[in-house]
Design a protein around this ligand. Sequence first.
Ligand code: SF4
Ligand code: SF4
Ligand code: SF4
Length: 318
Amino acid sequence: MKTVKLTIDGKVAEVSAELTVLQAARSVGIDIPALCYDETLEIFGACRMCVVEIEGSKKLQTSCSTLVKDGMIVKTETEKTINARRDVLQLLLDSHPNDCLTCQKAGECLLQKYAYKYDVAFRKHDGAVRPQLMDTSSPYILKDNSKCILCGKCVLACSQVSDRRVLAFAERGYDTRIIFGADESIEESPCVSCNRCVAVCPVGALVDKREYNKVRSWESQKKVVSCKACEYGCEFEVHSVKRKGISLVAKAPANGRPLCLKGRLATELKYVDEPEPPYRKVDGKFIKTTWDKALGITELLEKIEKLDKNPVEGGDTE
Ligand code: SF4
Ligand code: SF4
Ligand code: SF4
């Protein structure tokens, strides 16, 4: 593996020549802010929050899409980069609903985190507010387009599994928005409720509906657990308060893990004390169902019951 040596904020980093500046910085503990970067997804380069100064270059460079070079000297937090980030944040916040008080994402939201870090307030200019366009048709996902920052992560995360590709960008310019299927409701679309998109959304535009209004991020203890339903072992985060399992949310689908509804429901049943009833889609409509049907174990349970009633002769039974 070819390596290069560069300096980032005065720190010398010796890293693989295949890394980007952002990855190299993170490898030496320097966290360059980014709204659209995710290590498990393709580079999209949409948000421009990750701009840095590179010696010898007049323009700011996006660190998520610039490869490292030997002898490079990078500065991540200069007056120029900070002002550029403030401009990006201000543009986003000028048309964003001032909704952090009731938003499920507050406390984990990257837009909120960076607005605080760079001291940028809501609606400094009197821009148009993005229309709300709330989609409540799914029992698993709540979509609020007015909070979408068009980072593209959800589209990329959904399209990584070849038979899904449910999400896309629609329209142009200020009217650009994320759509499910052929601009359908989540319920009507071919969405399989795996929640990959929810797991990567950096803001409150896509949130887990089964967690909605149950607990604030800072009030719960969090534990990462692995799904046991198949060999992928997708990860989920159990949110508990005083040892009571309140909710379960999908973690970002790293290492090719697909995430699926069945695995999520099985994990939820195990760790959440009072889970909401499960739902499944039948002919394009969500219907409330029983846990055995949701987990696809009805026949298995019937067979177990039959076998237990008529045990094979011989030997002791518990
Ligand atoms: S998405 Fe983030 S910034 Fe927007 S209202 Fe929710 S918490 Fe606040
Ligand atoms: S829940 Fe899964 S299938 Fe549905 S849009 Fe999100 S990523 Fe795609
Ligand atoms: S819904 Fe979320 S993940 Fe998708 S583009 Fe909007 S902000 Fe990004």
